[in-house]
Design a protein around this ligand. Sequence first.
Ligand SMILES: NC(=O)c1ccc[n+]([C@@H]2O[C@H](COP(=O)([O-])OP(=O)(O)OC[C@H]3O[C@@H](n4cnc5c(N)ncnc54)[C@H](OP(=O)(O)O)[C@@H]3O)[C@@H](O)[C@H]2O)c1
Length: 163
Amino acid sequence: MILKAIVAYAENRVIGKNNDLIWHLPDDLKHFKMHTAGKTIVMGRKTWDSLGGRPLPNRRHIVITRKKDFRAKGAEVTHSLEDAIKLAQAEEEVFIVGGAQIYALSIQMIDVLEITEVHGEFNGDAYFPSFNSGDFELISQQYHPKDENHQFSFTFKTLVRKV
Ligand SMILES: NC(=O)c1ccc[n+]([C@@H]2O[C@H](COP(=O)([O-])OP(=O)(O)OC[C@H]3O[C@@H](n4cnc5c(N)ncnc54)[C@H](OP(=O)(O)O)[C@@H]3O)[C@@H](O)[C@H]2O)c1
Protein backbone atom coordinates (compact mmCIF):
# COMPACT_ATOMS: atom_id res chain seq x y z
CA MET A 1 0.00 0.00 0.00
CA ILE A 2 1.19 3.50 -0.83
CA LEU A 3 0.51 6.07 1.85
CA LYS A 4 -0.06 9.56 0.52
CA ALA A 5 -0.88 12.83 2.20
CA ILE A 6 -2.81 15.53 0.42
CA VAL A 7 -2.81 19.04 1.84
CA ALA A 8 -3.23 22.68 0.93
CA TYR A 9 -0.91 24.84 2.97
CA ALA A 10 0.14 28.46 2.86
CA GLU A 11 3.72 29.66 2.67
CA ASN A 12 3.72 29.82 6.50
CA ARG A 13 2.28 26.25 6.57
CA VAL A 14 -1.12 27.33 7.87
CA ILE A 15 -3.84 24.89 6.82
CA GLY A 16 -6.92 26.10 8.68
CA LYS A 17 -8.62 28.34 11.19
CA ASN A 18 -11.59 27.75 13.50
CA ASN A 19 -11.90 24.21 12.16
CA ASP A 20 -12.38 25.39 8.60
CA LEU A 21 -10.30 26.14 5.54
CA ILE A 22 -9.13 29.72 5.05
CA TRP A 23 -9.44 29.97 1.27
CA HIS A 24 -11.94 28.92 -1.33
CA LEU A 25 -10.08 27.60 -4.35
CA PRO A 26 -12.38 25.61 -6.63
CA ASP A 27 -9.57 24.20 -8.76
CA ASP A 28 -7.86 22.92 -5.61
CA LEU A 29 -11.08 21.19 -4.56
CA LYS A 30 -11.18 19.59 -8.03
CA HIS A 31 -7.56 18.50 -7.57
CA PHE A 32 -8.45 16.95 -4.20
CA LYS A 33 -11.39 15.15 -5.77
CA MET A 34 -9.34 13.94 -8.73
CA HIS A 35 -6.73 12.39 -6.45
CA THR A 36 -9.02 10.89 -3.81
CA ALA A 37 -12.08 9.76 -5.80
CA GLY A 38 -12.58 6.04 -5.36
CA LYS A 39 -9.85 5.88 -2.71
CA THR A 40 -9.63 5.57 1.06
CA ILE A 41 -9.19 8.77 3.04
CA VAL A 42 -8.03 8.92 6.65
CA MET A 43 -8.79 11.95 8.79
CA GLY A 44 -8.94 13.24 12.33
CA ARG A 45 -12.26 13.63 14.09
CA LYS A 46 -12.10 17.44 13.79
CA THR A 47 -11.62 17.33 10.04
CA TRP A 48 -14.55 14.89 9.88
CA ASP A 49 -16.61 17.43 11.83
CA SER A 50 -15.51 20.17 9.42
CA LEU A 51 -17.11 18.18 6.59
CA GLY A 52 -20.43 18.60 8.38
CA GLY A 53 -20.44 15.09 9.76
CA ARG A 54 -21.14 13.41 6.44
CA PRO A 55 -18.87 11.64 3.97
CA LEU A 56 -17.66 12.95 0.63
CA PRO A 57 -19.11 10.95 -2.25
CA ASN A 58 -17.35 7.89 -3.61
CA ARG A 59 -14.59 7.57 -1.02
CA ARG A 60 -14.01 5.21 1.90
CA HIS A 61 -13.64 7.31 5.05
CA ILE A 62 -11.69 6.34 8.17
CA VAL A 63 -11.93 8.71 11.13
CA ILE A 64 -9.46 8.70 14.04
CA THR A 65 -10.68 9.68 17.51
CA ARG A 66 -9.87 8.90 21.13
CA LYS A 67 -13.59 8.85 21.93
CA LYS A 68 -14.57 5.23 22.42
CA ASP A 69 -18.25 5.84 21.75
CA PHE A 70 -17.81 8.02 18.66
CA ARG A 71 -19.98 7.07 15.67
CA ALA A 72 -19.74 8.62 12.22
CA LYS A 73 -22.43 7.73 9.70
CA GLY A 74 -20.78 6.78 6.43
CA ALA A 75 -17.31 6.38 7.96
CA GLU A 76 -15.30 3.76 9.82
CA VAL A 77 -14.05 4.88 13.22
CA THR A 78 -10.65 3.93 14.67
CA HIS A 79 -8.66 4.97 17.73
CA SER A 80 -5.14 5.20 16.34
CA LEU A 81 -3.29 5.88 13.10
CA GLU A 82 -1.93 2.32 13.23
CA ASP A 83 -5.45 0.87 13.37
CA ALA A 84 -6.56 3.13 10.52
CA ILE A 85 -3.69 1.89 8.37
CA LYS A 86 -4.41 -1.74 9.30
CA LEU A 87 -8.03 -1.29 8.25
CA ALA A 88 -6.89 -0.01 4.86
CA GLN A 89 -4.01 -2.41 4.37
CA ALA A 90 -5.54 -4.13 1.36
CA GLU A 91 -5.96 -0.85 -0.51
CA GLU A 92 -3.49 0.21 -3.20
CA GLU A 93 -3.42 3.84 -2.14
CA VAL A 94 -4.51 5.53 1.06
CA PHE A 95 -4.68 9.29 1.57
CA ILE A 96 -4.08 11.06 4.83
CA VAL A 97 -6.29 14.14 4.46
CA GLY A 98 -5.62 15.94 7.75
CA GLY A 99 -5.91 17.86 9.86
CA ALA A 100 -2.84 19.14 11.61
CA GLN A 101 -2.77 16.47 14.32
CA ILE A 102 -3.13 13.59 11.90
CA TYR A 103 -0.55 14.99 9.46
CA ALA A 104 1.84 15.29 12.42
CA LEU A 105 1.18 11.68 13.46
CA SER A 106 1.77 10.34 9.95
CA ILE A 107 4.40 12.56 8.27
CA GLN A 108 7.26 10.12 8.95
CA MET A 109 5.36 7.35 7.19
CA ILE A 110 4.20 9.24 4.12
CA ASP A 111 5.49 7.97 0.76
CA VAL A 112 4.02 10.71 -1.43
CA LEU A 113 2.97 14.27 -0.61
CA GLU A 114 0.41 16.00 -2.81
CA ILE A 115 0.81 19.62 -1.76
CA THR A 116 -1.07 22.68 -2.85
CA GLU A 117 1.10 25.59 -1.78
CA VAL A 118 -1.11 28.64 -1.50
CA HIS A 119 0.94 31.75 -2.14
CA GLY A 120 0.70 34.10 0.80
CA GLU A 121 0.86 34.00 4.56
CA PHE A 122 -2.32 33.57 6.55
CA ASN A 123 -3.42 33.72 10.16
CA GLY A 124 -4.64 30.38 11.35
CA ASP A 125 -4.60 27.89 14.19
CA ALA A 126 -3.73 24.66 12.38
CA TYR A 127 -0.39 24.03 10.68
CA PHE A 128 1.19 21.36 8.53
CA PRO A 129 4.12 19.87 10.47
CA SER A 130 7.66 20.72 9.47
CA PHE A 131 9.39 17.95 7.57
CA ASN A 132 12.77 17.48 5.95
CA SER A 133 12.28 18.43 2.31
CA GLY A 134 15.59 16.69 1.58
CA ASP A 135 13.83 13.38 2.27
CA PHE A 136 11.60 13.97 -0.74
CA GLU A 137 12.07 14.52 -4.45
CA LEU A 138 9.92 17.08 -6.22
CA ILE A 139 8.64 15.21 -9.25
CA SER A 140 6.13 17.71 -10.58
CA GLN A 141 4.84 21.20 -10.01
CA GLN A 142 2.19 23.26 -11.69
CA TYR A 143 1.46 26.92 -11.04
CA HIS A 144 -2.11 28.21 -10.96
CA PRO A 145 -2.46 31.99 -11.17
CA LYS A 146 -5.10 33.91 -9.31
CA ASP A 147 -8.15 34.75 -11.38
CA GLU A 148 -11.79 35.72 -10.96
CA ASN A 149 -12.57 32.40 -9.21
CA HIS A 150 -9.34 32.13 -7.23
CA GLN A 151 -8.40 34.92 -4.85
CA PHE A 152 -4.88 33.53 -4.39
CA SER A 153 -2.36 31.90 -6.68
CA PHE A 154 -1.07 28.46 -5.78
CA THR A 155 1.23 25.69 -6.95
CA PHE A 156 0.48 21.97 -7.03
CA LYS A 157 3.56 19.98 -6.03
CA THR A 158 4.12 16.24 -5.91
CA LEU A 159 6.90 15.08 -3.60
CA VAL A 160 8.01 11.45 -3.47
CA ARG A 161 10.05 10.07 -0.59
CA LYS A 162 13.57 9.17 -1.65
CA VAL A 163 14.42 5.51 -1.16
N1 LIG B 1 -5.74 22.77 4.18
C1 LIG B 1 -5.89 21.45 4.21
O1 LIG B 1 -5.44 20.72 3.32
C2 LIG B 1 -6.62 20.83 5.37
C3 LIG B 1 -6.94 19.47 5.37
C4 LIG B 1 -7.61 18.94 6.47
C5 LIG B 1 -7.94 19.75 7.54
N2 LIG B 1 -7.62 21.06 7.51
C6 LIG B 1 -7.92 21.95 8.63
O2 LIG B 1 -7.24 21.46 9.77
C7 LIG B 1 -7.98 21.84 10.94
C8 LIG B 1 -8.25 20.61 11.78
O3 LIG B 1 -7.02 20.07 12.23
P1 LIG B 1 -6.82 19.61 13.76
O4 LIG B 1 -5.39 19.30 13.96
O5 LIG B 1 -7.46 20.63 14.63
O6 LIG B 1 -7.74 18.32 13.87
P2 LIG B 1 -7.67 16.86 13.18
O7 LIG B 1 -6.26 16.43 13.02
O8 LIG B 1 -8.58 16.82 12.01
O9 LIG B 1 -8.40 15.98 14.31
C9 LIG B 1 -7.90 15.98 15.63
C10 LIG B 1 -8.58 14.88 16.40
O10 LIG B 1 -8.09 13.62 15.97
C11 LIG B 1 -8.10 12.72 17.08
N3 LIG B 1 -6.73 12.32 17.36
C12 LIG B 1 -5.60 13.05 17.26
N4 LIG B 1 -4.52 12.33 17.64
C13 LIG B 1 -4.99 11.10 17.98
C14 LIG B 1 -4.37 9.92 18.47
N5 LIG B 1 -3.04 9.85 18.65
N6 LIG B 1 -5.15 8.84 18.72
C15 LIG B 1 -6.48 8.90 18.53
N7 LIG B 1 -7.14 10.00 18.08
C16 LIG B 1 -6.39 11.08 17.83
C17 LIG B 1 -8.70 13.49 18.25
O11 LIG B 1 -10.10 13.29 18.17
P3 LIG B 1 -11.06 13.34 19.47
O12 LIG B 1 -10.96 14.75 19.98
O13 LIG B 1 -12.40 13.00 18.94
O14 LIG B 1 -10.51 12.32 20.42
C18 LIG B 1 -8.34 14.93 17.89
O15 LIG B 1 -9.14 15.90 18.53
C19 LIG B 1 -9.24 22.53 10.43
O16 LIG B 1 -9.02 23.94 10.40
C20 LIG B 1 -9.36 22.00 9.02
O17 LIG B 1 -10.11 22.87 8.18
C21 LIG B 1 -6.97 21.62 6.43
